[in-house]
Design a binder for this molecule. Sequence first.
Ligand SMILES: [Ca+2]
Length: 492
Amino acid sequence: MLVRRVLLAILLTGLAATSHCRAADQTTPPNIVLIFVDDLGYSDVGCFGAKDIRTPNIDRLAAEGTRFTSFYVSQPVCTASRASLMTGCYANRVGLSGALNHTSKVGIHADEVLLPELLRQRGYATAIFGKWHLGHRPEFSPLKHGFQEFLGIPYSNDNGPLHPVVKTIPSLPWIDGEKTAELDPDQSQFTQRLTEHAIRFLERHRDQPFFLYVPHIMPHVPIFASQKFKGRSGRGLYGDVVEELDWSVGAIIGALKRLNLEDNTLVIFTSDNGPFLSYGEHAGTASPFREGKLTTFEGGVRTPCVMWFPEKIPAGRTCDEPVASIDLLPTLAKLVGAPLPKQPIDGLDVWPILSGQPNARTPHESLLFFSGDELQAIRSGDWKLHFAHDYLTVAGPPGRAGKPANFEKMQPKSIEESGIRGIASRHGYEVRRIEQSLFNLKDDPGEAHNVAKQNPDVVRRLEALAEKAREELGDSIANRRGRGIRPVGRVD
Ligand SMILES: [Ca+2]
């Protein structure tokens, strides 16, 4: 009897402790986990239409959270997309574009206030495990921009001896904090290693609010899966790599649940840009959209996005209202009670949309699509207007076995060669031109039918919105420099 009474007392104390924890959670700022994969196409996960790649964990996240079907990154390439994610600004406002490499002397400016810096002000523990890509020189280190821990690579995983075309690039460094811990790490272990570190970080910080940023290195070429995942998917190695990323998402969610953190943690899963189509079977797909990475067509800038926050973000919902990566910083700042940066930013609070408030609409009159400093397209409502510009399309049949299209005929070019023709020469693309074209994304998500002539008023309205944007953000097509452009970080 006594034993039973003691057991009951222990049980009740335990229950009280548990409910105390739950109550405390209500007032604790939410934890944030941001999983940002690299070059994953819109339709490469099950809940966005993939039939031959199994992603049960991402699909479960969508079933328990919300699927955002009009989520946009600001530019269709790594560095620019990450600059926007971290600053809440169009990338050209903060002077970053394209994809930095080991010769770059630029990076994120010291005066910019990044998302982890805002969260540090609110007592968050912060870490990045994966690919940084906002400058590899010491002054641009993530540890100087709000992150307390960094493990991963400073730029893309093809920026090393494994580049499929350019064979003069030095070793790829694996960075721990601010030190190079290894050279040319085994890429088949990237997803496993980053996930292990992510889980250990969660375990160490379960008692304080945290921001865990996992910009996975895969599925950017060259792609690798660990032995356990090789040969498992219905879409070759690319599918295997995505299935391993899905495993990673499941492992992170599993850890959150095991640590009783799931009630107060927001998880965001998305990709930095669309698929690198020139790499054929080693690239993803962006069905039903046109083109992919490096273009401002929907295939380049619309990415699969899932957000999960039990009781806060509705379960099992699909939201087609436009949400942009620039909106995450102001939305998260508001959510955790952090002040916005003093300098102007472009993103706006979209919490009413994320939280499923009835009739919540995007607060942006228009979303802008720059490539570098070129304003190439603008979306307002269902309308998207492309201005006349050059773009990249795959040159001939897509590449095979990790090589880009046109590989046999390619002359190896240096990685320093910049601009659209430099990228084309390294990655098997050719340059095409689109004249000014208006598409209705609701009727024509594939941007195939130019309806500008039938809708002159819409064209005029979007042109006027673009003209206003040029004053602030510039546009090299129109030879304009915006008054709101800030300097990029630069070393001598
Ligand atoms: Ca990318």
